[in-house]
Design a binder for this molecule. Sequence first.
Ligand SMILES: [Zn+2]
Ligand SMILES: [Zn+2]
Length: 150
Amino acid sequence: MSDAPSSSVLLAEGGCQCGAIRYRLNGEPVFLTVCHCSECKRQSGSAFGMSLRMRWSDVAVTGETKRWTRQADSGAVVVCAFCPICGTRVWHEPSEAPGFVHIKPGTLDDFSALAPKYESWTLRKSPWLHFDGIEASFEKMPEPSRREQL
Ligand SMILES: [Zn+2]
Ligand SMILES: [Zn+2]
């Protein structure tokens, strides 16, 4: 699915703000995206949200998350996992892509090697925001089949 070179294998660790939830990434990320939709803004409390898609089989977690579920624009259910102590949103589980998890990449201990490849919901993008290196921009959320080709 991903044609990223093996040098992009992360072997990275991350966790919530208080440290009760920790995770390790043992494989290659599928993609990294920015989303400018209203839900991502509200969730992050900031100008955009980010998702690092990983295979669940490449993620090892310690600690117990709490879950909250919401419906995406597409009608798909999104399970949102967060730390019950500090409230940090650590990942989302997209129902349309079982087997994958969308890590909130700001929870990585070192986020410096990662750059987003595409952005969605540019209709809601703040006009002062500019990213280098974006290969594809979508006015709304692209169809899952379209995303797999990126
Ligand atoms: Zn925490
Ligand atoms: Zn969004």
